[in-house]
Ligand binder design. Structure first.
Ligand SMILES: Cc1ncc(COP(=O)(O)O)c(C=O)c1O
Length: 383
């Protein structure tokens, strides 16, 4: 592979902190057992890995009961489990128009069985006005599902305000934290989050194939799949206690070990240091792009209102062509197209053309952004 500048961290973060690779390698080479299956020292070591990762996640998100953290293979599976496990026919759910297909597609399926869905329109920069959530309220509203930040524009959502509305009105608040976990602070207590869903491979620095959800104590939902958990082996009935109720089949323990190391790295580095680094680079990027002609930038102009995700289009070049040219000629990796969020593209007016998305991470450097800006200047003068 030729060397590349990786600006696609919103899809998956890369590289990971060195400790993540080391931890997974150590798991594969020296532990390797299946947690919860039997009582060997290796099985207990594997169980310890799960425990350590749950504890790290609990510290990061301020979770009170680690047994209510459930591992899944990604956030899409987590969101599917909680939507389908909680909503019944006749229930109403409110979402924003910036949601990812991980939310909208399972809801399209649930709609067929009688779940009502209201999509609250966001502004063209992706921002959500919390009173619009209240306006959409119905007698049968049981849940509000919201992305913490848009994967298309980086727009940060008013989580605390929406959480308060849900708490006052007695509905469950489900947060899709895919784009902000490990980048912005999340506090389930302070922000009244009833169900926190997370993916391991983006800002949390874990490997692909990891994710999960946290269910507030007292909240019960149905499981989607049942089977071997290693607990209550004498019965053919699925355990009702968490996390076993939802962790059927062998977990991705090597991946969860890596996720634990990734979260540990975040806790050690500090969220504010991570955010500061990304903010500084985003300001540098946006300043530099303001001098490139023919560019349209989407999302908030104020970097404090967004994560380090930026969508753009260059006049006279399709976004796919732009991404291809950046990769082919300059070795810069971006993402083009519709980013799995058609409602978001409709909101910002790019449903037809899509966008070229540039997303930074903690390991992105200022030199890399300078190189990207030079490439954009060059491409813009060639059109
Ligand atoms: C906001 C948001 N939600 C959900 C997802 C789905 O993540 P995963 O593929 O890890 O399930 C993504 C991934 O891009 C996302 O950005």
């Amino acid at each position: 592979m030729k060397p590349s500048i990786y600006l696609d961290n919103a899809a998956t973060s890369w590289p990971k902190p060195e400790i993540v690779y080391q931890t997974m390698d150590n798991y594969h080479r020296n532990i390797g057992a299946n947690p919860g299956r039997g009582s060997s020292s290796k099985t207990f070591a594997a169980g310890g890995v799960l425990l350590d990762t749950r504890e790290a996640l609990a510290r990061l998100f301020h979770l009170s009961d680690i047994s209510r953290i459930v591992f899944t293979k990604n956030i899409t599976e987590a969101i599917n489990t909680v939507l389908k496990g909680y909503l019944d026919p006749g229930d109403h759910i409110i979402i924003s128009s910036m949601e990812h297909n991980a939310v909208t597609r399972p809801l399209s399926v649930l709609k067929r069985s009688g779940v009502e869905v209201t999509v609250v329109e966001c502004a063209p920069d992706g921002s959500l006005y919390p009173p619009d959530i209240e306006k959409a309220w119905q007698k049968n509203t049981r849940m509000v599902a919201l992305t913490s930040a848009s994967n298309v524009t980086g727009t940060i959502m008013p989580i605390k305000e929406v959480g308060s509305i849900c708490r006052e009105r007695n509905a469950v608040f489900l947060l899709d934290s895919a784009q902000s976990a490990g980048i912005l602070p999340i506090d389930v207590e302070e922000e009244n989050i009833d169900i926190l869903t997370f993916t391991g491979h983006k800002g949390l620095f874990g490997p692909q194939g990891t994710g999960g959800f946290y269910l507030r104590p007292g909240l019960e939902i149905r499981s989607l799949i049942e089977g071997g958990t290693g607990s209550l082996s004498e019965t053919i009935i699925q355990p009702e206690f968490l996390p076993d109720k939802f962790e059927s089949g062998t977990l991705n323990t090597p991946g969860i070990a890596g996720l634990g190391a990734g979260v540990g790295f975040i806790l050690e580095t500090g969220l504010s240091a991570i955010r500061q680094h990304e903010l500084q680079l985003m300001n540098y990027l946006m300043d530099g792009l303001s001098e490139v002609s023919g560019l349209t930038l989407y999302g908030p102009k104020d970097s404090h209102k967004k994560t380090s995700v930026l969508s753009l289009n260059l006049a006279g070049m399709e976004c796919g062509e732009l991404s291809f040219a950046l990769d082919e000629r300059f070795g810069i990796i971006t993402r083009s197209g519709l980013h799995c969020a058609p409602l978001a593209h409709k909101t910002i007016g790019t449903l037809q053309q899509g966008t070229c998305r540039v997303s930074l991470g903690y390991f992105t450097t200022q030199e890399e952004i300078t190189f990207f800006l030079d490439a954009m200047r060059k491409l813009s003068t060639e059109i």
